[in-house]
Design a protein around this ligand. Structure first.
Ligand code: NCD
Length: 322
């Protein structure tokens, strides 16, 4: 098929939520809601192959894409940084082109570099779904966050989030999750506020469509949801793998004092307000176990919704590319 004959990239690929119209957002969310409701699971990907190209570690995202693809009848191929020729210096684009040449319908791409999924999408003709690219976007995470909020606040009919206010707390500058959430939730009418120190929430974040605040305690009583972000130590440079040390935090104790989601802070939220976290969590750093496992937490609901959202994304993109 010639490039010109392909469906428009906006439908064949899912690269980000920034700039996505509310109609497409609602289409993806409605599909996910219907899958979550137990209806409408047809093997629309039977005879197709989906390749997971995960060049950065992942538990939830990778596994839920695999489960989603299999539920829709697809075969799944798994590639990782250490188990593919990336370890021999092959570029991401060459790997993607070769995997596509074997006849896959969709590439699910996770990579350290911001813009990686866009680059792959520019080189291949099959569908490309961004499963997290550097500090840029993580669109299926944004969708599962919206589905979780919409479920809790009874907005599953229209996904209109007008009147809801969400605080995104902590390491937003390093976070693709934050950028996708701001874009997606904002497009559906939610009010967003990013809360953190200037090194993690620069004032320039306002240009993404959110307010910026420094004082979490003054925000807590006004929001319907708090999305606590992981302190992404590995994205701050320096430090060894797995080490909880960062050049952008003077002291972890001080960070906790100002921004950690503690039981005391959770108790000051509005009745009905929820606590979210994309995972993986640093328990005892940005969130305490009593909150993560407590009554306001919808964290495992988010994880569960990941499967339905990824089914929706795969079905819609492969349909869009047909
Ligand atoms: C996030 C990611 O990888 O961007 N995790 C996820 O996909 N659930 C968030 C993070 O790494 O902190």
């Amino acid at each position: 098929m010639s490039r010109a004959a392909c469906a428009p990239a906006a439908e064949r690929n899912l690269l980000g939520l920034q700039g996505m119209g509310s109609a497409r957002l609602r289409d993806l969310l409605t599909r996910a809601r219907d899958y979550a409701g137990g209806g409408g699971v047809k093997p629309v990907l039977r005879g197709r192959t989906v390749a997971n190209l995960f060049f950065e570690d992942s538990t939830r995202t990778r596994t839920s894409f695999s489960i989603a693809a299999k539920r829709l009848g697809a075969e799944v191929l798994e590639f990782g940084a250490t188990t593919s020729s990336i370890s021999k210096g092959e570029t991401l684009i060459d790997t993607a082109l070769n995997v596509e040449a074997m006849g896959v319908s969709a590439l699910v791409v996770r990579a350290r570099q911001s813009g990686a999924a866009h680059s792959v999408a520019g080189a291949v003709r099959c569908s490309v779904i961004n499963a997290g690219d550097g500090r840029h976007e993580h669109p299926t995470q944004g969708l599962l966050d919206i589905l979780t909020l919409a479920e809790r606040f009874e907005r599953l009919g229209t996904f209109d989030l007008t009147g809801l206010s969400v605080a995104i707390v902590g390491d937003a500058a390093s976070s693709r999750v934050a950028r996708s959430a701001i874009a997606g939730m904002g497009a559906l009418g939610a009010r967003l506020v990013c809360v953190g120190p200037p090194s993690m929430v620069p004032g320039s974040f306002e240009s993404l469509g959110c307010r910026v605040e420094r004082d979490l305690d003054s925000v807590l009583g006004r929001v319907d949801g708090v999305m606590t972000l992981r302190v992404q130590f590995e994205r701050h440079g320096e430090g060894k793998e797995g080490e909880k040390k960062s050049p952008i935090i003077a002291s972890l104790r001080e960070y906790r004092e100002m921004y950690a989601m503690t039981p005391e802070r959770a108790s000051r939220l509005k009745a009905g307000a929820v606590v979210m976290h994309p995972g993986p969590m640093n328990r005892g750093v940005e969130i305490d176990a009593a909150v993560a496992d407590g009554p306001r937490s919808v964290i495992l609901r988010q994880t569960r919704h990941g499967v339905y959202v990824r089914m929706a994304a795969l079905a819609a993109c492969v349909e869009g590319g047909a």
